[in-house]
Every structure is written in C-alpha cells, then in structure tokens.
Design a protein around this ligand. Structure first.
Ligand SMILES: Cc1cc2nc3c(=O)[nH]c(=O)nc-3n(C[C@H](O)[C@H](O)[C@H](O)COP(=O)(O)OP(=O)(O)OC[C@H]3O[C@@H](n4cnc5c(N)ncnc54)[C@H](O)[C@@H]3O)c2cc1C
Length: 363
C-alpha cells in the first residue's frame, strides 16, 4: 500500500477499538488456546496499555472496549509512526512482496516491480482477507504455503448474512434489539444478543455479526446448506409474559393494524398485520420468539471484519511465533488461525503477537 495502517484507520468505525479490558483465551479460536495463553502471559492487557501510554496515547473504556480518548484511529496510527521514526526504523511503502525465498541463510523478498530486499529473518504479517482494497487480500498465505505451511481455509467472519425472505426486504433499515441463534443441522452453534438490522439482502447488526463465524464456516468450509438463524425480537419478555400481553391486547380490542405498538417499532405493525388478523396467539409468539431465516450465504470479504482461518498454528512455535518448518520465519497478527470475537480482541492479538515475534526475531 502507499501508506501504513489503512485497515487500522477504519477499525472500530474509525475509532479503533484497540483492546478489551477482559482478554482471555475464551475470546479466541479454542484450538489456539495455548498459543493465546502463552502470548498474553508475556504481553498482557497492562503491557499493551503501558506501551500505548508510553507513546502518549490517552485511552478510555466503554463497556470493556478500549478506545483512544480522541476516538480517532488516526491518533493511534500517528503515534505508532512517530515511534517508528524515533527508533530509526526504515519504512518502505508501495513494496508489494510477491516472493519470499532463501539462499545461503539469506531471505530474498521480491516485489512486483522487481525490486528486492535481503534479510536474515522474516516476519510475515500480511493480515487476513477482509477489505482487500486496504492491502490484506490473503496473498501472504501463499507465501507461507510455499515455505511448507498448511492453511486452514480462510472464511469471512463478523459478516452480514444473506437470506431470501420478503420480511427482510419489507423491514430494510429497521434496527431492533434481538437475541439471535445460529442453527446448523438443527443444532445451536452460537448465540448472541445485540442490535439486529434488516437489510434488503438479509440480516446484519451486531447480533448477527457475533454469530456469523459458525455460519460462515458451515457454509464456506463445510459446504453445509441446513443453516438457519432463529430470532427472538422480544428478548425483553418471556414467552409466557408475551402470550399474556398479546391476549390482553386481543381482549382490549387492539386495532389489528397497530397490534404490536409499544412492543415493536411501528413499521413492524404492517409486516406482522396478517398474524394479528389471524389471531392465533401461539403462532404470533412463535413468530416473535423463534422467527427462522434460511441463510443462503454471507456478504463476503468486502463486508467482513475478520478472517476465520489462516496459517495453521500447530506449525508455529508457541513461545516465539517462529515457524516450526522454516527457521528464521516468524508470524504475527491476523494471518495466523487465531480468530477472535468482536470487541478489541483482534488488535490485542496483533499487538501481543507483533511484540513477541519482533523480540524473538531480534534475539
Ligand atoms: C471494518 C473493520 C473494522 C475492524 N475493527 C476492529 C476493531 O475495532 N478492533 C479490533 O480489535 N479489530 C478490528 N478489526 C480487525 C483488525 O483491524 C485486524 O485484525 C488487524 O488490523 C490485523 O492486523 P494485522 O497487522 O495482522 O493485519 P493488517 O492490519 O491487515 O495489515 C496487513 C498489512 O500487510 C500488508 N501486506 C499484505 N500483503 C502484502 C505483501 N504481499 N507485500 C507487502 N505488504 C503486504 C497490507 O498492505 C497491510 O498493511 C477490524 C477490521 C475491519 C475490516
């Protein structure tokens, strides 16, 4: 890329959620548990906070999510660039590495333009595959593959989902607090509460992004088709209470065109009017508490926040992040199959793994 940190700039909606107050292996790919434990035992949450504080970054937490006090990603990027300059680190932008080979203990990195750099050690930090226009398009997986590494098939994660259901089209633009469950082959694979957004192509919002990884893996990696999202759009009320409330509304003679007023945003009245007309309370409860959508796909790399999959962590030394297959090659960041939840965990991993690979590589 012509400049550093393009993805960092858009992170957290331009605010950069750079850390979470509660980091634990439970927030990452369960298969990476030992790697995560090892990395954060050496560069933990406090080390990350101290590091950024020492650069001059003031931070604040909002529901455990750590942001720069300026709420600007550019503050984080600028301070990192100033530190690189202070340390005299040579920066080469616009150097698109297409090949990494080794000869007589020296690595040769070749760029698209034919320019080459020699080095004794290499750290591969090419990121995942999301938002490829910002620089990380998965090409460094191929580099690792040529060095002998296996790649767990990358799939888009924290990604909106596509469905063919007239309700989504009708309610497009409507946001509502919901409880979402991913059912794969009839089994609940993940669950999340949060904002749901109806779109003309399907479902989005934080509740959907938070359950999307299991769905994306099933569809893209497992080629599974029995993938369903079940929505509870009245999670604030138990099924029994909802039944009572709906019965009360029927008895009180609520207008069928305005039957759900006060329970759901007004637009839902028109969408659910046929149910209100039908008058079957069990059917209505079911439609509000367990409305099912068959998932046809994901919105893909251009709309996903993270990559699930990447370089097989079993081939990487837990303590140093050095390749077990090729001496003097290290990895850090999203390029590894570490995954993670939304909430600052990916950048936390990028800082911790960058620190560890950098120190080990410099030793
Ligand atoms: C919309 C969005 C919002 C996000 N928000 C957050 C958030 O708030 N909090 C959070 O924790 N995470 C967030 N993430 C995820 C987070 O940004 C990434 O996990 C993180 O940036 C990964 O860091 P990285 O250094 O491993 O990779 P990247 O940041 O992707 O950097 C990889 C770099 O490698 C360069 N590169 C790739 N291939 C080559 C090559 N062949 N030659 C030379 N250079 C190459 C790229 O140009 C890029 O500069 C968000 C992601 C997206 C897409």
């Amino acid at each position: 890329m012509p400049q550093l940190g393009k993805k960092l700039l858009i992170s957290g909606n331009g605010r950069c959620n750079l850390l979470n107050d509660n980091i634990s292996p439970a927030n990452y790919n369960p298969a990476a548990k030992n790697l995560i434990k090892s990395a954060f035992s050496r560069f933990d949450k406090d080390s990350i906070l101290d590091f950024f504080t020492s650069l001059g970054l003031e931070m604040h937490s909002v529901s455990d999510r750590v942001f720069p006090i300026t709420n600007q990603s550019s503050s984080v990027l600028k301070l990192l660039e100033m530190e690189l300059n202070r340390l005299g680190v040579e920066i080469q932008t616009g150097f698109d590495v297409t090949d990494c080979s080794s000869e007589n203990g020296q690595f040769i990195l070749k760029s698209k333009t034919g320019a080459a750099i020699e080095s004794e050690k290499v750290i591969i930090t090419g990121g995942g595959k999301t938002y490829p226009a910002l620089g990380s398009d998965g090409n460094t997986y191929e580099m690792a593959r040529r060095l002998g590494h296996s790649i767990i098939m990358p799939v888009p994660s924290a990604v909106p989902l596509t469905v063919k259901d007239p309700l989504c089209h009708f309610l497009q633009g409507q946001k509502i607090y919901s409880s979402a469950r991913a059912l794969i082959g009839g089994k609940i694979e993940s669950e999340a509460n949060g904002e749901l957004l109806f779109t003309k192509y399907g479902l989005s919002g934080t509740a959907i992004l938070d359950i999307s990884e299991a769905i994306s893996i099933a569809i893209h990696r497992g080629n599974l088709h029995d993938v369903v999202v079940s929505l509870d759009i009245t999670p604030f009320m138990s099924g029994a209470n909802l039944k009572n409330e709906l019965g009360r509304r029927q008895k009180a003679g609520f207008d069928k065109k305005a039957f759900f007023t006060g329970l759901l945003p007004n637009k839902f009245n028109a969408a659910l009017e046929p149910l209100a007309e039908g008058g079957d309370i069990n059917k209505i409860v079911n439609a509000l508490k367990d409305r099912r959508f068959k998932i046809t796909g994901t919105r893909g790399w251009n709309e996903a926040e993270f990559t699930s999959g990447g370089i097989n962590i079993n081939e990487v030394d837990e303590k140093t992040l050095e390749s077990k297959l090729k001496k003097d090659v290290y990895f850090a960041g999203e390029v590894l199959d570490v995954g993670g939840q939304r909430g600052g965990y990916h950048l936390a991993w990028a800082w911790a793994s960058g620190f560890i690979a950098g120190l080990a590589g410099a030793a």
